[in-house]
Design a protein around this ligand. Structure first.
Ligand code: FES
Length: 124
């Protein structure tokens, strides 16, 4: 798997307490992720809502042919972990983000992983 990874960040997430504080925690996370990604092969895309609002701030990552990983409970301090994880995912030969060596927030904050379009379970 050699495709450049993409990190998606929800800019409308309010975070814990769901307050109306501006800028929203999701937007702050997006800014931090963009800063860390600058100069790397990682693309950062902003979006509005993963439908993970109650467990935000939220972000997701994928690379061509990989599984897609959705994370929650993030904050600006996790920007580096998201970029590190995205690079690990892009380098993984099987399209799966390795558990070993994965930043801790990408273990604790994992909400879901979604298979690639052509995925079929082999033992069904
Ligand atoms: S507002 Fe961020 S997941 Fe819904």
């Amino acid at each position: 798997m050699t495709a450049a990874p993409i990190v998606y960040v929800c800019i409308t997430c309010r975070g814990a307490g769901a307050s109306d504080v501006e800028p929203r925690p999701g937007a702050l996370l997006a800014e931090a992720v963009e800063r860390v990604a600058a100069g790397t092969e990682v693309t950062v895309r902003r979006l509005r809502c993963f439908a993970n609002c109650s467990r935000g701030p939220s972000a997701a990552m994928r690379a061509n042919g990989s599984w897609t990983y959705v994370f929650g409970g993030l904050d600006e301090q996790n920007a580096g972990a998201l970029i590190e994880g995205a690079r690990m995912l892009a380098a993984a030969g099987n399209g799966i983000l390795p558990w070993r060596g994965r930043p801790d927030i990408l273990k604790r904050g994992l909400i879901a992983r979604v298979p690639p379009l052509d995925f079929q379970e082999v033992d069904q």
